[in-house]
Design a protein around this ligand. Structure first.
Ligand SMILES: [Zn+2]
Ligand SMILES: [Zn+2]
Length: 370
């Protein structure tokens, strides 16, 4: 199978310096390292090729041999390296191991793997007013809880898990690949370090059971739709003594037919008659908290104008600070039908005002044409 050009394997040219070869190897070894590619069986094959290419090309003597007569050199299988003839550059090696340590968390993987419980997300559906005022509610959370029959070990009553004989409880096996050793999770115990010989049927040896847990959550006043709160340690229990996951509570707030939330403010559209807009008026507007509030419109209020009712918005759900405002957007309503008398009054008003509201518009238009 050894037919590939070793320079090609490392992606370097024939004239590459030792430093270039070393750099190319580091990059590729990291990319194809089996610890980083558990899902991809081809990666290991690539990794071996890369390793082999480096073994040859990093050694000046072997490299010359290879350059001179590749065909005679071929025949050794990748990663065999058992001849012990090559003198690997050990400063390179420690460097490599150092960087793998960073990436794969080297030291950490030497310990048997317990695993953390899953995070669980639930949403709590709130009425508009409950979210505004805050509410304490109970929700049911589907989680994995420790099986009380086996005490979370997964072992049938009267038995106990024992240390994995394959890996002596380490959870990992070491494998030698030429001069490069790496570890992989133990296949016998799945990296846990212990084996359960008689699994407890009640939980299928998992040590955990799916349950519905009742959790009381306190939703702060002013909670927003989509607000996510984390409750540490209230997710599923860990496996084999691992820490529990977290619970995330996502707040869902029902939409209100009138109030649109904008940050901590509420926006409401309020119709006013054209007479109110022109003369000014005190109008009643709905309050998000219930009831109404009064708002004074000045004479000459324009359509679309916004007014603020200070403090009538949502309280700050997180932290202190002023509550939001109620923003009232005025919509001027023009009557669709007029009585004869109303028409006469308006015509009289038009004669009285004798105004041209488009005068400026038309002047700007004609000036723009010049
Ligand atoms: Zn094991
Ligand atoms: Zn159990």
């Amino acid at each position: 199978m050894e037919t590939k050009d070793l320079y090609r394997v490392l992606g370097v040219g024939k004239e590459a310096s030792q430093e270039e070869i070393r750099r190319a190897y580091k990059k590729l070894a990291r990319k194809y390292h089996p610890d980083a590619n558990r899902e991809d069986p081809k990666a290991e094959e690539r990794f071996k090729e890369v390793q082999h290419a480096y073994e040859v090309l990093s050694n000046p003597e072997k490299r010359r041999e290879y350059d001179e007569g590749p065909r005679t050199f071929f025949g050794s299988t990748p990663g065999s390296g058992t001849g012990g003839r090559f003198d690997a550059n050990f400063s390179d090696l420690s460097d490599l191991f150092g960087s793998f340590g960073d990436i794969f968390g080297g030291a950490e993987r030497q310990r048997p793997q317990t695993s953390r419980g899953e995070d669980v997300a639930v949403s709590v559906n709130l009425k508009f007013r409950d979210a505004l005022e805050g509410v304490t509610t109970r929700i049911s959370v589907p989680v994995e809880e420790a099986c009380d029959q086996c005490g979370g070990t997964g072992a049938a009553p009267g038995t106990a898990p024992r240390m994995c004989p394959e890996c002596s409880g380490r959870g990992v096996r070491s494998r030698d690949q030429g001069f490069f050793a790496f570890s992989e999770p133990c296949g016998r115990c799945g990296g846990v370090g212990v084996v359960v010989e008689k699994p407890w049927a009640g939980c299928a040896g998992n040590g955990r059971l799916r349950r519905s847990r009742q959790v009381t959550v306190k939703i702060p006043a002013g909670a927003r739709d989509g607000m996510k709160s984390r409750v540490p340690g209230r997710g599923s229990v860990g496996r084999k003594g691992g820490p529990p996951g977290d619970l995330y509570v996502v707040t869902r707030v029902a939409e209100h037919p009138l109030f649109e939330r904008r940050g901590d403010d509420f926006l409401v559209d309020v119709p006013v008659s054209f007479v109110e807009a022109a003369l000014g008026a005190e109008v009643e507007v709905p309050n998000p908290k219930g009831g109404t509030v009064r708002l004074r419109l000045p004479a000459g209020t324009q359509d679309g104008k916004r007014f603020k009712v200070r403090g009538a918005g949502a309280p700050r759900a997180r932290g202190d600070g002023e509550p939001g405002d109620l923003v009232v957007r005025v919509g001027v309503v023009v009557p669709k039908k007029l009585t004869r008398r109303e028409r006469e009054i308006l015509q009289a008003l038009a004669e009285e005002r004798d105004e041209d509201v488009r005068e400026e518009l038309l002047r700007t238009a004609s000036e723009a044409e010049l």
